[in-house]
Design a protein around this ligand. Sequence first.
Ligand code: PAF
Length: 283
Amino acid sequence: MTQVIHQARQLRALGAGAGPVCVVMTMGALHRGHAALIEQARGQAGAGQVIVTDFVNPTQFGAGEDYARYPRTLEQDVVLATAAGADVVYAPDVADVYGFADPSALNSLITIDPGPIGSILEGAARPGHFAGVLTVVAKLLHLTAADIAIFGEKDYQQLSLITAMVNDLHFPVEVIGAPTVREDDGLAMSSRNRYLDPAQRAAAAVIPAALRAVQDSAGLGEHAALEAGRAVLDSQPDVELDYLTITAHDLGPAPASGAARVLIAARIGSTRLIDNMPVVLGA
Ligand code: PAF
């Protein structure tokens, strides 16, 4: 039976399992993509413990973003997490994680500086976002005493930065990236997909289609591949492109040839979606 707890002191009281503690961090509104992460965690933990954190972290949202309207669906989340194999769902309030509930006090926190990679792509569009993400991830790694943490590749920049933080700051944690789970039309699963109305949801399929076009043309080189992706996006005027770019695996400049990553961010109405795929650039 999955245990639902709301306080860090209850986490500390959990007995040591007969294997590693494997954590899946979420902001709730769980979907099949999260279920896949939790199932993977179950496999990694064996007789150890799978802890799912369910917390909408205020410090990673900028002014005017969707913190207040972000879906909060704890009851359904517990059902999904239980079916996927979680032992514990930790669903704290802001005070339990940050020590105070007053949002104005959140500005005076000690935070983790994400470094230069934290201010490109999503970091450029959402200043302060990755400082908020890394700070809460660091806290949750400590609070859960995780041995292993699994994050989805859908948030590729986030996964890269968390991996770098854990390595650079010597956290005793193994970070594992898990493949993106997609809908039948290729759209990456995301809690924010539920903001889309039916017409917007149909239009959103152009995002993975553009990434596939980049993949398919990557043999022709970076420029031609990006052109192919943009041509697909141009066929759908309801999707407003923020960026479509190819980088190295570590988000540095794209190599002239070889393995790389294509990343996209686009807005449909007021909903901003991100996605990415691996590409192999030709010479
Ligand atoms: O990917 C998310 O859902 C969040 O950024 C995370 C990692 C749970 C931190 O709040």
